[in-house]
Design a protein. Structure first.
Length: 259
């Protein structure tokens, strides 16, 4: 017997706002560039969805970056180096966030439909509380406001893939069971977070960090190129075990209705 869905826990950037998840990408790129390290877009995006401090450390741990750091500085990187680059990336992202709070297409309508059915809206994020203090009011002005949100500042810095941010959201929303909630995100880390919380997981394609394209870039693709990108992202979600994949948020209400 199926259980009524009581809540959806969305990711933030790349899922509900900031098409393509570009604010953190630009901040990480600039922070490492200032430290003398040039990153590829793939290197920047690979850890996307983790807490921002862990994201920076994961980049440092990449063999190419570790070797490049040693070549530039004549020594291996240290935790102090991670803290320094992370601190600079945080300064940069705080300055960028107000310009990256526009809801992704179909999000506002999908949320309205879910709420009309009595479904509650929560959010977990790789941003910290200071970042959210900027982006939450900006998103609200644009029409998007979840019932609650949690960062790893609320869970002893234990962000994704740990399930604790989700558990805090479920508690706040008074959801009766993990079987009655769904996690929707745009990264592998989102799917792992949902899996570790034992939620149904849904991967979003259009506007996602995995697709890594701006709305303008995506719409400029030829139909066959667009389909190739959709198929590529769908395969990533399949490989990490997502329960469902949606092309965009317009498909979410009907998906949940049929669960």
């Amino acid at each position: 017997m199926s259980k009524k869905i009581e809540a959806v826990i969305f990711d933030w950037a790349g899922t509900t706002v900031d098409y393509g998840c570009f604010a953190p990408v630009e901040a990480f790129r600039r922070a490492f560039e200032e430290a003398g390290i040039s990153l590829t877009t793939q290197e920047i995006r690979e850890p996307m969805g983790l807490s921002k401090r862990m994201h920076v450390q994961t980049i440092f741990e990449m063999p190419r970056i570790a070797a490049l750091w040693a070549a530039v500085y004549g020594r291996p990187w240290t935790a102090e180096d991670v803290d320094k680059v992370y601190g600079r990336s945080e300064e940069l992202i705080l300055s960028l966030l107000p310009d990256y709070a526009e809801p992704i297409p179909h999000v506002l309508d999908a949320v309205a439909q879910l709420r009309s059915r009595g479904i509650k809206i929560g959010s977990t994020t790789g941003y910290n509380n200071e970042m959210m203090a900027i982006v939450v009011p900006a998103a609200e002005k644009a029409g998007y406001k979840p019932d609650c949100w949690f960062s790893s500042d609320s869970t002893k810095k234990m962000g994704r893939p740990y399930p604790y941010m989700i558990f805090r959201a479920l508690e706040t929303l008074e959801v009766t069971s993990v079987d009655a909630a769904v996690k929707v995100g745009d990264t592998v880390a989102d799917i792992k977070e949902g899996q570790n919380a034992r939620l149904i997981t849904v991967g979003l394609i259009e506007g996602s960090s995995l697709m890594a394209l701006s709305k303008k870039e995506y719409e400029a693709l030829m139909p066959e190129q667009r389909q190739m990108e959709i198929d590529r992202v769908r395969r990533v979600y399949a490989d990490c075990g997502a329960d469902y994949v949606i092309r965009n948020m317009s498909e979410l209400p009907s998906l949940l209705e049929n669960l």
